[in-house]
Design a protein around this ligand. Structure first.
Ligand SMILES: Nc1ncnc2c1ncn2[C@@H]1O[C@H](COP(=O)(O)OP(=O)(O)OP(=O)(O)O)[C@@H](O)[C@H]1O
Ligand SMILES: [Mg+2]
Length: 152
């Protein structure tokens, strides 16, 4: 299992261009700005001090997962407001992407056992030793909660 994970990790790293990245909080702020313009959302952004202290691989993964969460919000949520928050606790950075849209349909698994996008989000975060939870309130919105390890 660990060997398979290492292989997948290396493969994903090979596929990525690692140059020219902003620090995590700036990268997520600009993803939120771009998607908010496209979807005409009101947006709100918050980042604690110290949240940029993640390794490059974790950062790239978080960026991709947040991009997928924002794409899902654009495609499915019918939201008017979207929030991105980065907070820091002892060994972790937590990123929350919250929309105030329609919520997930009852038949969609938040564990990512069904559709491609949500499943890929779970897999990517798992590969960098993090976690992903999706919480949804029908009619009131969806929250994607990501954690990833910070540098020691
Ligand atoms: N923020 C959201 N608000 C409402 N529904 C959502 C949201 N995110 C996902 N969904 C629902 O969950 C389903 C699964 O999402 P998922 O990203 O796995 O697949 P998809 O977006 O339909 O396709 P793709 O593989 O292109 O991502 C969506 O089809 C949609 O019904
Ligand atoms: Mg999707």
């Amino acid at each position: 299992m660990a060997a398979a994970r290492d292989e997948l990790r290396a493969l994903i790293l090979d596929l990525d261009t690692m140059t020219g990245h902003a620090v995590l909080s700036n990268a997520l702020r600009s993803l939120l700005d771009t998607n908010s313009t496209m979807a005409a959302w009101q947006s709100s952004f918050h980042a604690d001090d110290g949240v940029d202290d993640v390794n490059e691989e974790a950062q790239l993964t978080i960026e991709r997962v947040v991009q997928e969460a924002l794409a899902n919000a654009r495609q499915h949520a019918e939201a008017s407001t979207v929030q991105v928050r980065l907070t820091r606790s002892d060994g972790l950075v937590t990123v929350v992407v919250a929309d105030d849209g329609v919520g997930l349909p009852a038949e969609v698994s938040t564990a990512g056992t069904g559709h491609g996008g949500i499943r890929a989000m779970h897999e990517r975060i798992w590969l960098v030793g993090g976690t992903l939870h999706i919480e949804s309130d029908p009619g009131r919105g969806t929250r994607v909660v990501i954690t990833a390890p910070r540098h020691a």
